[in-house]
Ligand binder design. Structure first.
Ligand code: ADP
Ligand code: MG
Length: 313
């Protein structure tokens, strides 16, 4: 279990994380959402001991990591695998050696490394690519190498920092599917930092959201989305917006991303053609807490809307 208590982190005089407390239970897939610059990567770096922080406590399996000396920290970090948006593979080494690297650094026996590299390559679906160099791989394949490398020391936790943000939709889906499989097969606890809602929707059990340096536990994912179609749950309010021009369309989503406290979900879009004009209907779900802000925005942009009412929807 990872427990973060009253964490405060500054860069110079800028407070990046403000008294953050939360915990992540074993075996879960947890999302940390937030806009760019909100402190997500900083939080992960504090958890894996790469960044020091000014006050607070981080416990990993009841071990307080911020007081560990370098050697103890190195051992603690063995238990935490990391993957990143840009894979950080070594371009001159082949897939085999990239996966083997952490084990080589720890001085593992050659035969053990060989077995482990091959079994990991199988696990991530890259057995036939063991002897090629990273530049011969697609983005998704590179991320698979990075995942295998992150798993090589058999960590209990896998921290993923925007690990699908550079991938197209289909590849993202396949990487998320792999993460879910790893979570189930290896019982590894996964923390995914992302700004992409579809990632959360696909595989996460728990959702945290960072804004203005503070973290909130939104809902458990099963509460957040309806199970069958991943819509926002009862605490989400659904609206239809009727928009006549594209400028308004871009304007509203630009504004929404700035002013809403919580993620929103675009459920579907339709076009209606009538008398030579076409109107775009956007069905959107927002968090109840954001209702007034949302309605004010619609008014200021002069957008026609209808709140979902089961009798007419
Ligand atoms: P996110 O991952 O959510 O995009 P980051 O954790 O990378 O956000 O950054 C949070 C804030 O901290 C940003 O304003 C960023 O500019 C600042 N920051 C990140 N790393 C450093 C650093 N090493 N020195 C100074 N400021 C930093
Ligand atoms: Mg980041």
């Amino acid at each position: 279990m990872i427990v973060v208590k009253n964490l405060n982190k500054f860069y110079n005089n800028n407070k990046i994380l403000n008294n953050i407390s939360f915990k992540i239970n074993d075996g879960k897939i947890c999302a940390i959402l937030g806009k760019s610059g909100s402190g997500k990567s900083t939080l992960l770096s504090c958890i894996n001991g790469l960044e020091k922080f000014q006050s607070g406590e981080i416990y990993i399996d009841n071990q307080l990591i911020n007081t560990l000396d370098e050697k103890a920290l190195r051992i603690a970090r063995k238990n935490i695998g990391m993957i990143f948006q840009n894979y950080i593979l070594i371009s001159r080494k082949n897939v085999y050696d990239n996966i083997a690297l952490p084990m080589q650094c720890w001085g593992y026996d050659k035969n053990i490394i060989d077995l482990k590299v091959k079994s990991l390559a199988k696990l991530v679906g890259l057995f036939d690519k063991l002897y090629v160099k990273p530049n011969e791989l697609s983005g998704g394949q590179k991320q698979r190498v990075a995942i295998a490398r992150a798993l090589s020391l058999e960590p209990k936790y896998l921290l993923c920092d925007e690990c699908t943000s550079a991938l197209d939709e289909g590849t993202t889906e396949s990487i998320l599917k792999l993460l879910k499989e790893l979570n189930e097969k290896l019982n590894i606890t996964i923390i995914i930092v992302t700004h992409e809602m579809n990632v959360v929707r696909a595989i996460c059990d728990e959702i945290y959201y960072i804004k203005n340096g503070e973290i909130s536990n939104l809902f458990s994912a099963s509460e957040f989305f309806l199970n069958d179609d991943f819509r926002l749950n009862k605490s989400g309010l659904e609206f239809s917006l009727y928009i006549k021009n594209y400028e308004k369309y871009t304007q509203i989503f630009y504004d929404l991303s700035k002013i809403l406290n919580n993620p929103y979900e675009i459920i579907s879009t339709n076009y209606h053609h009538f008398n030579n004009t076409s109107t775009m209907q956007i069905n959107i779900s927002i968090n109840e807490i954001d209702k007034n802000t949302f309605l004010d925005l619609l008014k200021s942009l002069d957008i026609t809307y209808k709140q979902k009412d089961d009798s007419v929807w």
